[in-house]
Every structure is written in C-alpha cells, then in structure tokens.
Design a protein around this ligand. Structure first.
Ligand SMILES: *[C@@H]1O[C@H](CO)[C@@H](O)[C@H](O)[C@H]1NC(C)=O
Ligand SMILES: *[C@@H]1O[C@H](CO)[C@@H](O)[C@H](O)[C@H]1NC(C)=O
Ligand SMILES: *[C@@H]1O[C@H](CO)[C@@H](O)[C@H](O)[C@H]1NC(C)=O
Length: 467
C-alpha cells in the first residue's frame, strides 16, 4: 500500500519504483521495436484539405453528446470525423480484438516473451467468437488509407509524428474509433473470459443498473433518463493510476489517470473523436513540416492550445524554448504524456464527461462506491465514517462539486472497487486492467474485477537485454 511519505526522495518503496520505471520503459521498448523508416510513409502524400481545426477544449456552446453534422459541407475536422464514423450507441460493442506490433505473430522477429500472451488473446477470441487482428507495421499504411482516406489531415498528422511511440498511441485510438472492439497492448493477456467483462455480461449489467442509485447533479432530471438498460456501454476504460498520496504529482501526470493499454469501445465514440481531433491539431501545429499549413486552419483566438510547447506548466516556463518545432530529438516523456499518452487520454475523458453534465439534464451517473452498500443512503454513509480507503471519504466533496459547479471531480473516480457509469461510459477499478500491482489498492488476479493482466515486468526484463 502507498503511504504518504515525508521524504519521498529517500523512502520510495521498491514496487513504486518498479511501476513507475516500468511505465517509462514500456514506452521506450515499444519505441525501440518500431524502427522509424519502416513505419508508414504514405506513397502519395495526402493532400491537406481546407477544413478548420477546432480545439477540443473550447466547447462551451457545444453539446458533444448531441453533436450532429448539419449538412454535407463539412466545415471542420470534428464534422469530418463525425461524418466518417457516425456514433450508433444502440449497437453492441463489436466482438473484435486489436493488437499492434512491428511484425506478425508468425515472424521470427516476434518477441518470444509475448508469444504466450498473444496466444491467450487468440484463444479467448476463438472460444468466444471474437475476431482477432494483429496489425503489423507493414500493414498500417493500407489500414489507415482504407479507414481514413477521406480525412487527409489525420493521415498527415500520423505520418508526421516525430516518434513511433506517438504513432503507437495514436494508432489504437484510430483503430477503435473506426471499427471498435478491444484494443490491448502486446504485453497484456486476458485473465477472464471476455464475456465476463461487466460491459458485455448482460446479467451483471442489468443488476448494476437496477440496484445503483443515480448520483444527482445540478439540473439533473431523473425522470428524463430514458430506459436504455439493454444497451452495452459505448466506451469502457480502467483506472491506471490513483495515487492517494500528497506527492502524487512526482509520480504521475494526473491525479486520476485512465489507462490506455486496454480500451474497449464502439466505433465512432465521441470521446475518441475529440481525442483524435486534439492529437491531429497538436501534431500539425507542433512539427515543422506541416506547421505552416496548420497556421491557416487553427482557431486564432486559442492559438496557444495547439502547440505542445504551450501546455500548462510549460507555457509559463520562461526558460523553455517555445518556438522549437518538435523532432525525434526534442520530444520528451511529458510531451508524449500530453500529446498522445495517458495524460491527454485522461483529459479527453474528463472534459467529455463534464461537457455531458453541463449540457444535458438527463445523464445517468451510477457510482455505488460512494454509498454505504447496505442502504445506499447518503446520510448513513456519512455517519458510518470510513477506513480512509474508500470513495466514501470524498462523498461531501463529490456531491458539492456536482451540485454547485455541475462538474465531476477527480474524487468521483478515486478508490473505486466496483464499476462506475457516466452516461454510456463505463469506468472500471484499477484491479480490472492492473491486477497484482500491489499499489493504489489494486487487488489480485483472482479478484472478480480483474480482467486483463499487464506485464510491466516482462517489458522491463526484455528491455534490459538491449542495454
Ligand atoms: C488538447 O487538449 C488539451 C488538454 O485538455 C488542451 O489543453 C488543449 O488546448 C487541446 N488542444 C487542442 C488543439 O484541442
Ligand atoms: C502536461 O499537462 C499537465 C496537465 O494539464 C500539466 O500539468 C503539465 O505541466 C503538462 N506538461 C507539459 C510538459 O506540457
Ligand atoms: C467550484 O468551482 C470554483 C471555480 O473553479 C472552485 O473554486 C470551487 O472550489 C468549486 N466548488 C466546488 C464545491 O467544487
């Protein structure tokens, strides 16, 4: 268990270090395996079209849930994306598994350490009637051309990304947005039948929806909530990091970080649309070869938002050279986090959820973690006290933020042990995709909420061999 530490620089426990460096090393390992020159160069460079590149963070007037393309004159990339892959929430999640690697599984160069993991995925797929698709580097160009041929800005952004780790992140979002299914990194394996995931186990889903009491927010009209009990959720994500300690920011990019090594979604999900929009805009404005073109497409009133050199803290850092264009030489770990990695992924989810409750009065929030299980009575929850390891300790703060500011605070997702639903998003506890990490209240691989095991250590060892 993590305890707040007084002198973190001297008292880091070993496991914390392992996880932290495991994440860094996983990134470098993937980057190592994707050699730059082989990795996608479109033969005929995609023509950049003249559509606007709106930001994903200035959506005050926009209801992202209800966003519809008005006519066929697609005026910006958001409309292009929505048109190319319309979101159909009433359809089930496609039964498909995506993985990506440098080579196919039958190649000599496929890492021996991943063979059994990969077989676990194909076995699970075969057993339960899922399609399985491993996309090797050589097929990426054809895949993307086929899926995103009508969206040259997206193709261009992909092509121009200065590091393969950025491409590896971007690719998973693009595949899921276009076709849906489960994406999972090569160093993961399923620990339960896919049909047991709470997103597709209809019996569990029904019980969950019928027995959890909706959490209110300012303006919420419970009677307006339509009965959508038969639908599977549209986007299913897990908690990656929930460091309940004062020095969390030394370790993680976000207080609540959502995991993007395993994601399940329906095609066209608006969170992925906003994420792809953000990443495309950031890329076009941050790399030199396309910067000039992007200049004409961006929203000038929010100019700073496009360039990765102006994200948050860095924007205020006077020692930082904000004019530099990004190349493989000067992209660092925090750039990756905020450009394509778990940082921007978490931001996109949080922003979407807040937009949802600010723009709609019928959003169903189900979070059994904040009520006393016996009664689901808030008053009783408060008098019961807590052991400090439960979402309940944030009850007041959560409700206040929802009722006063109409905003979902990070505490809503902290210390959860059972799934949460916000509209058609399902958020799973840390145990679901990170069992056995012995951190942040994650439980073991045998826990009923454990679905995918992530072998941080496997990638660490594999990397050691490369010096
Ligand atoms: C991308 O998202 C980040 C994080 O929310 C935000 O700061 C930035 O302004 C966005 N940029 C664009 C171009 O959408
Ligand atoms: C990345 O984004 C986070 C959250 O917005 C911010 O605190 C941090 O300063 C950013 N880092 C860089 C290098 O831009
Ligand atoms: C509401 O938002 C304001 C401004 O962001 C913030 O200062 C305040 O703490 C928030 N209140 C609650 C209850 O979250």
């Amino acid at each position: 268990m993590i305890k707040p530490l007084n002198r973190p620089e001297f008292h880091l426990d070993k496991k914390t270090k392992q996880i932290f460096f495991g994440i860094l090393i996983l990134y470098s390992l993937v980057a190592f395996h994707l050699s730059n020159n082989k990795y996608v160069k479109f033969v005929n460079a995609p023509e950049i079209s003249n559509v606007a590149l709106p930001t994903s963070s200035h959506v005050e007037e926009l209801n992202l849930k209800e966003f519809r393309v008005k006519d066929r004159n697609l005026k910006d990339l958001r409309e292009q994306l929505a048109m190319a892959f319309p979101y159909e929430p009433e359809k089930p999640i496609p039964r498909r598994i995506w993985q990506t690697w440098k080579v196919k599984e039958d190649s000599m160069d496929f890492p021996a350490s991943f063979r059994s993991f990969q077989r676990d995925w194909t076995d699970a797929a075969a057993l339960e009637g899922y399609d399985y698709m491993l996309v090797p580097d050589d097929d990426i160009e054809a895949f993307l051309r086929n899926l995103y041929g009508e969206l040259p800005l997206v193709l261009k952004a992909f092509e121009e990304m200065p590091k393969n780790i950025l491409k590896a992140d971007f690719l998973r979002y693009l595949l899921l947005y276009a076709r849906g299914g489960i994406y999972s990194d090569m160093d993961t394996y399923p620990v339960k039948p896919l049909g047991k995931w709470p997103s597709v186990d209809m019996e569990k889903l029904k019980t969950f929806r019928e027995t959890r009491k909706p959490v209110p927010y300012k303006g919420f009209k419970s009677e307006a909530v339509a009965a959508k009990n038969e639908r599977e959720p549209g986007l299913v994500i897990g908690i990656e990091a929930d460091p309940d300690r004062v020095d969390w920011s030394e370790w993680y990019a976000r207080r609540i970080q959502f995991c993007q090594w395993t994601i399940q979604s329906k095609p066209g999900h608006p969170v992925l649309r906003e994420l792809i929009l953000n990443i495309t805009a950031t890329t076009l404005d941050s790399v030199s070869s396309v910067k000039k073109t992007a200049e004409e497409l961006i929203d000038k009133t929010h100019k700073m938002d496009y360039n990765i050199n102006f994200r948050d803290k860095r924007a205020r850092d006077s020692h930082y050279d904000h004019s530099q264009t990004k190349t493989s030489e000067n992209v660092d770990g925090s750039d990756i986090m905020n450009w394509t990695g778990p940082g921007i992924f978490s931001d996109a989810v949080m922003q979407y959820l807040n937009n949802l409750i600010q723009s709609n009065d019928d959003i169903l929030l189900l979070n059994g973690n904040i009520y006393a299980p016996s009664t689901m009575n808030p008053a009783e929850t408060l008098t019961q006290g807590d052991d400090g390891e439960s979402t309940k300790k944030f009850y007041r703060r959560i409700i206040k933020s929802l009722m006063v500011n109409r905003s979902i605070p990070w505490e809503f997702f902290s210390l959860i042990t059972e799934p949460i639903a916000v509209d058609d998003l399902m958020i799973l506890p840390i145990t679901s995709f990170s069992p056995d990490v012995n951190q942040m209240n994650a439980k073991g691989i045998d826990d009923e909420m454990a679905f995918v095991k992530h072998q941080f250590e496997g990638s660490w060892k594999a990397d050691a061999g490369h010096g």
